[in-house]
Design a protein around this ligand. Sequence first.
Ligand code: ADP
Ligand code: ADP
Length: 218
Amino acid sequence: HAVAELVGVSKSYAGGVAALRSVDMVVEYGELLAIVGPSGSGKSTMLNLIGTLDRPSSGTVCIDGFDVATLSDRQLSALRSRRIGFVFQQFHLAAGRDALGNVADGLLYTGAGRRDREQRAEAALTRVGLGKRLTHRPYQLSGGERQRVAIARAVAGDPPLLLADEPTGNLDSVAGGGVMELLHELHQSGTTILVITHDREIADSLPRQVQMRDGQVV
Ligand code: ADP
Ligand code: ADP
């Protein structure tokens, strides 16, 4: 199986808006790709479906070999914690927790003890170049560093899929370039990464892009 497979996927919202219309798409393990398209083209809807935050109106969504239609909400939430790492434009870090705590908290779902979680968090922060910033809180970090903490949190549990929603949207071009470089490095070391963006330049810098328009892949 693939890490994500969408077959004939449609999504309509209340009021009848067809946000996705019969989309087929496969993301293989080891890929680094962009979903790119203008505002309203269906990118967030794709993110929510692939991230198992929402279910399709019709068609099949399989993540890491699991058909989401066959899973209860509880099973879906377990799949999401274990198999998908999320990175957002707004870093979504806890202001009262230092970098180590933010990343360690992201591993609570594993049931591992604090010591174990902190060791894994330190390893993840080292991996993103923040091994010397473990005890810094978000306000003591630059925007680029905050996003690196968020990326460390997303990959600390080694999920098969990393979903990054406009990961550079809140950063200047230098910090944004650094974050994209980090995503390339993680990809080189085997992480599967899907970037959602409206930025054509970012999409062009990745090995593959899926272009969306009016709810369809073009
Ligand atoms: P993008 O992320 O590319 O901007 P979206 O997936 O957010 O696109 O939106 C696709 C279409 O679905 C748009 O027409 C949008 O207005 C509509 N839409 C998105 N979310 C909702 C919602 N919760 N309820 C109704 N319509 C929605
Ligand atoms: P936007 O790009 O519209 O500003 P976000 O990138 O913050 O929104 O969130 C995109 C989607 O992910 C939304 O549907 C939101 O509800 C969901 N989401 C936001 N934060 C988290 C989180 N920490 N874990 C899981 N889902 C989240």
